[in-house]
Design a binder for this molecule. Structure first.
Ligand SMILES: [Zn+2]
Length: 192
């Protein structure tokens, strides 16, 4: 796991997390592009194995649980210490043909606007949850054990972006993630 802090210290940063699943390269590559940017902390290569599971374990299913891994505890502790205004997690979905996002209720409008600006088809549903303009807020995911579930528990606003693996080659998925993060950052930091 790599943590890139901004050059100047910054209160209440945005934290961008990539590479929790090792077989989802686009989010990890895109996250690193924002390293060093003012007000942004980038966490990348959380699972550098190239496989979804880290030594057989899905890293996004044990956060805050009794059987959590040290790397999950470390990431959650670090994020909590940073007191972020928003956490943006970048993932990929090999079951969906469209882009979608999960987010906290307070971020819905911002995330919808950012998704719209992609000019890409947005998912109407994903993994059994209904998506409104590509956004899922009250679905069965994020379930217990996910980073998102722990962030919600800690009242930390968060947004998770999912790009479709089957429909776009990796460089296009990287661009989709970069566009989404840039659009969200523009909303969060309008004057920078
Ligand atoms: Zn993932």
């Amino acid at each position: 796991m790599e943590i890139h802090l901004p050059i100047e210290s910054f209160e209440f940063p945005v934290v961008i997390v990539g590479g929790i699943h090792g077989d989802e390269p686009a989010g990890n590559i895109a996250a690193k592009e924002f390293a060093g940017k003012k007000g942004v902390v980038v966490v990348s290569d959380v699972n550098p194995t190239g496989k979804r599971r880290f030594h057989g374990i899905d890293l996004n299913r044990h956060f805050g649980l009794k059987d959590s891994l040290p790397i999950e505890d470390m990431l959650l502790t670090k994020i909590t210490e940073l007191k972020p205004r928003t956490v943006i997690a970048l993932h990929e979905d090999d079951t969906s043909d469209e882009v979608y996002a999960y987010c906290s209720l307070g971020l819905v409008n911002m995330v919808k606007t950012a998704l719209k600006s992609l000019h890409a088809p947005l998912a109407k549903s994903a993994i059994g949850d209904r998506a409104d303009e590509g956004v899922i807020t009250q679905g069965h995911l994020p379930c217990r054990g996910t980073l998102e579930h722990q962030l919600r528990h800690r009242h930390i606003e968060n947004c998770t972006i999912e790009t479709p693996v089957k429909k776009h080659p990796v460089h296009e998925r990287v661009e989709l993630h970069k566009h989404m993060v840039s659009a969200l950052l523009k909303h969060i930091y309008p004057f920078s």
